[in-house]
Design a protein around this ligand. Structure first.
Ligand SMILES: [Zn+2]
Length: 123
């Protein structure tokens, strides 16, 4: 159940950012979830619903942005979308590739009260 601990980490992060920013009511949390992060969006959402109730008494919305996995070939520099866990460079077919997107869970933005939006997560 690592979704639960991810949500916990996320909520810690959110509280920290909001506190640094002078506090306020968190209305919405936007999170980017990579296809390769191993996170099950539904489990993530239910863990959030459960934990957010303890952390934020007010209604807080969770927006999940699922992003595809992208990799870059170390040999020829080709960027491509990884499908079906096929980590092979489509250009040269050989190079070792590096995942550049889609393997993590990232806090994208927090909406506090109705107007203020805090963006940029400290990871
Ligand atoms: Zn290549």
């Amino acid at each position: 159940m690592h979704e639960r601990s991810l949500v916990q980490t996320l909520l810690n992060q959110v509280q920290q950012i909001v506190a640094d920013d002078g506090g306020g009511v968190v209305k919405e949390i936007q999170v980017q979830v990579g296809d390769l992060s191993g996170v099950e969006p539904l489990l993530f959402e239910s863990a959030f619903t459960e934990l957010a109730r303890e952390w934020f008494p007010q209604e807080c919305r969770l927006v999940l942005d699922i992003v595809p996995v992208k990799a870059e070939c170390r040999l020829c520099g080709q960027c491509f979308e990884v499908q079906d866990n096929e980590f092979l460079c489509p250009a040269c077919g050989t190079g070792p590739v590096e995942v550049i997107q889609g393997d993590q869970v990232k806090l994208m933005s927090i909406t506090v009260d109705s107007e203020n939006s805090v963006s940029g997560a400290k990871s």
